[in-house]
Design a protein around this ligand. Sequence first.
Ligand code: PEP
Ligand code: MN
Length: 344
Amino acid sequence: MLVVMQHGAASAEVDRVVSVIKEMGYDARPMPGAQRTAIGVVGNDGRVNASRLAALPGVQEIIHVTKPYKQVSREWKPESTIVTIAPGVSFGGTDIPIISGPCSVESEEQILEAAHAVVAAGGTALRGGAFKPRSSPYSFQGLGKKGLELLALARRETGLPIVTEAMDDEGAHIVAEIADCIQVGARNMQNYSLLKSVGRIGKPVLLKRGMAATIADLLLSAEYILSEGNSQVILCERGVRSFDPSSRNMFDLTAIPTVHKLSHLPIVGDPSHGTGIRDKVTPMARAALAAGADGIIVEMHPHPDNALSDGAQSLFPDQLATLVEELRAVAAAIGRRVTPSPAA
Ligand code: PEP
Ligand code: MN
């Protein structure tokens, strides 16, 4: 439930509402907004008797949040949340960062070459998995901690902030020491102990939609992170399983405006995992941006034919450069702007 204060309500009136909520046995979360303050009521399993709160001075209205998720909803917080992963790199405002790099960190030479190619193409942040969730235990599992050190080296050389995946609680703490944004992958979207862990760590999180997750499932997973006190969550549409084998996944463009309607959190599009096929990546990246995505995450490898994972969906460096140019034009057409490379 949400208590919306009148425009210009005095801070003593807000304090009074907070203390009455606490007296009633719930937790109060005041959220000062540009126009007015709203106070969230948490800890209630059922419906709260709102009449006592509605009658307090300065209260404008009581909104019952009926969805199973609460803190991620637009009812709870009408203004869009802006998640900043590094100075000048924010998701959810006018600017649209482009995160790019290989699926996996493979070697020092590979990740440095990739990072320089991201900057040369006009990308904003570097991706690359050090801990890889592979469908087969016999596939390349990532370089682990060594991979994180190589990502840190690439950041020192290029200034690009780092987005990289954590797969479990222990890994999340290790990843958090280096990453600017911790990725929770599709396979772990419902790993609730990992979600709680990244919620407590408090660093920005990129939460990818599970392969068979509904949008409500995705928002409920984000709710786990917010409920631990971390509102720095970027959602990611990366395609869902479908009956049609003509692409790896079905990239759900509709998820983007749907999430924007239901939630204040930013959402980025991942056309690489969304399609799985290199020549489908560019058209779907353009489309995701046109649909309102707050960022694009796209795989690029300096030598995709030699990639240890996801080579078939990785762009060549020159394809990334062309894509970023096109994304700038799409962004301009809808009153937005691609975030420049931090090094630029
Ligand atoms: C990845 O980003 O390389 C990845 C494994 O993505 P997903 O979790 O969406 O499959
Ligand atoms: Mn990948």
